[in-house]
Every structure is written in C-alpha cells, then in structure tokens.
Design a protein around this ligand. Structure first.
Ligand SMILES: *Cc1c(COP(=O)(O)O)cnc(C)c1O
Ligand code: SF4
Length: 338
C-alpha cells in the first residue's frame, strides 16, 4: 500500500497549494523537463496548469504517458488550429440569460456559482468560457428566483462550474437554503471533479449539509480512469452513498487516456466498488486546443461495442454528445432502426 500523504491535510490548504508550474509537476514525477516542448509553456498562457498534489500522487512516477498526467499537462499541440475546433463549441454564450445561469434543458437549470476549478483539464470545453464576468452575486438571487418561478417545469437545479465544490461549505449552504425555499425545486445536483482530485473535500460538514437538505441530492463526479480512484478516494465516495446521497460518474472519452474498452470496464468496476454508478461517457467537445484528444468515429464505435459486451447494463455509461441548441444530450449509440 502506498502511503497517502495528503489524507491528513485539509482541503482548503490543498486547494491553496496546487501545482501550477509545469516544470515542478515533471520534477515531482521524476520526468525530464525535456518532455515539455516550448509550445507547451505557451499553452499555459491560454489555460493555466492547475493540479492538486493529491491527484499528482496518483500518477505513476517516470511515466510521461501516465493517463492522469496527460489530462493536466499542457501540450504544444494545443496551439494548433483545427477545422471545427472552436472556443465556444456548445454555444453557451448565447444561452446565458442571467449571470451564472444556463437554462437549455427543460426541467433542469444550471447554476454556476464560481468559475474556479481545483484542476484544469486540458480537454475542457469551458477553457475559453468567460466565467468571471458572469457569476451571480447575492443580489442576483432575486432575479434568479423570479426566473425559476416563471418556469414552473424546472424541478432540478444543477450546480456546475467551474467547480462548485471549490466553494466553502458556508457559501454552498447559503445557496442550498435559497433553493430549498422554492417549493418547485425537488432535486439538487452537484457536478464536481473535486472529490476525485482532493478527496478530503468530502468533509463532515459537507456530508451533513447534503444529507440534511430537504432536496434529493445527487453528486455527479468526474473520473476518467480507475487509477484516479485509489482506496482513500473510494472510501470518501462510499461515505456519501452510505448517507443516502446518490453518486454518479461522468467521464470523457479521451485519446491516450481511456480510449480502450478494458480501461473503461475497469473504471466502471472500480466506481461500483465505491457505490458510484456510471452515468455518462461524453465524446470530446470540439473545443479549440483539444484536438489531440479526439478519436475517430469508428474507433469510438468499436470501443463502445466492446464495453457493451463486457459489462452488465447497469455499469455501462451512456455514450453522449452535447450538440449546441439541442434539448438534451444526444445519445450516440443504437440509432432507431425498427
Ligand atoms: C448536461 C447539462 C444538463 C444536465 O443534463 P442531464 O442529461 O440531465 O444530465 C443541464 N443543463 C445543461 C446546460 C447541460 O449542459
Ligand atoms: S469544469 Fe470540470 S472538466 Fe473543466 S477544467 Fe473544471 S474540473 Fe476540469
């Protein structure tokens, strides 16, 4: 068993001691700095390196192709232009009604309370999104409330990001209380990668906040590879399930990271051990700078066919794409032919 260094350190101090220097990251992993081509440092000017040390600890030393490292290490290929790869692939700027609000899907309403993430994933479709001008302040709540009341079919609010679990428990509690005050809201969903990259974020205060809410709480974590789910991370996730909080996982299919059926099968099994149900497997959004993670359609088809054949149905994540302007995520497999 590896000794888990960061288990004892509280999440706030972990969040304030992220690795942001690519050379320090490589040095920590005993990888030669020669692996960073000059373009990689330029790429960090567009989207900074940010990675918690607890996540780096899950990476394999000396392995420049480590699937966790590839998700966070800036790459010179990010600077290449590719047809169809754009800064706002989902048209989110257009869907933006009020600060921090995205209402694209009928019954679900997405609320962004922070632009900050604990980790910067190089493939992220939000890498160019102008968050900072667009966050709700306390005084915006009344407008958000009025909007929700004008749309009574909305019964679920999704806290997304940025990453909502970078916020303090106090701030989360304030927003949860506001949402609880609206009778129409039944479900609170939190989309976060923090429990994977800083498992200590699941502290007693957060657990008690979520389990004591009037709302049915669903946490959707984001893990792409079983190596992200070490024993401590799984213990933390299991703790939530034991408190009656439904935990789901979404992953992104990424070339070089998890583009094999076996890796995805292992991920599903590992999630299930932590009582986390696989939810979505997203194909890559065509965001500028992420082309080197992209896979050919026939390769995706072949991987997913093998995943279907290898897992019980309840462990198969739904393969989806997000299409700008659509009313829901678009399922990609098994087009209706009857
Ligand atoms: C993905 C997404 C949701 C949630 O969709 P589900 O299919 O319910 O998980 C809601 N709103 C927006 C804008 C989204 O992108
Ligand atoms: S929004 Fe999610 S995928 Fe994007 S950088 Fe933040 S944690 Fe990573």
């Amino acid at each position: 068993m590896i000794n888990y260094l960061y288990q004892e350190q509280n999440w706030q101090s972990q969040l304030s001691q992220l690795i942001t220097d690519p050379l320090e990251l490589l040095e920590t992993l005993q990888i030669s700095p020669d692996n960073l081509l000059s373009g990689a440092l330029l790429a960090t000017e567009q989207f900074k390196l940010r990675v918690p040390r607890a996540f780096v600890e899950k990476m394999q030393k000396g392995n420049v192709l480590d699937p966790l490292l590839l998700q966070v290490l800036p790459h010179h290929l990010e600077l290449e232009e590719h047809a169809g790869f754009v800064t706002d692939p989902l048209g989110e700027e257009a869907a933006n009604q009020l600060p921090g609000v995205l209402h694209k899907y009928k019954s679900r309403f997405l609320l962004t309370l922070t632009g900050a993430c604990a980790v910067h994933c190089r493939y992220c479709f939000r890498r160019h999104f102008p968050y900072q001008e667009n966050l709700p302040k306390n005084e915006d709540w009344l407008n958000i409330k009025a909007y929700l009341e004008s749309q009574p079919q909305i019964n679920e609010v999704i806290l997304s990001g940025g990453d909502p679990l970078t916020l303090s428990n106090r701030k989360l509690a304030l927003w949860i209380e506001r949402l609880e005050s609206l009778k129409q809201i039944k479900i609170l969903r939190i989309h976060s990668r923090v429990p994977i990259v800083i498992p200590n974020r699941i502290d007693e205060e957060l657990v008690s906040l979520l389990k004591n809410s009037r709302l049915r709480v669903i946490l959707v974590v984001h893990s792409n590879h079983a190596a992200e789910l070490d024993d401590f991370t799984c213990t933390q996730l299991l703790h939530l399930a034991q408190q009656n909080i439904l935990v789901l996982n979404q992953a992104v299919l990424l070339k070089g990271v998890n583009d094999s059926a076996q890796v995805l099968v292992d991920l599903s099994h590992r999630l299930f051990e932590a009582q986390v149900m696989p939810y979505y497997l997203h194909v890559l959004d065509k965001v500028k700078g992420a082309h080197h993670f992209d896979l050919q359609t026939d390769k995706i088809d072949q991987i997913y066919t093998d995943v279907l054949a290898s897992l019980p149905g309840y462990l198969v994540p739904k393969l989806v794409r997000e299409v700008a302007g659509e009313q829901n995520k678009t399922p990609l497999f098994g087009a209706l032919t009857f």
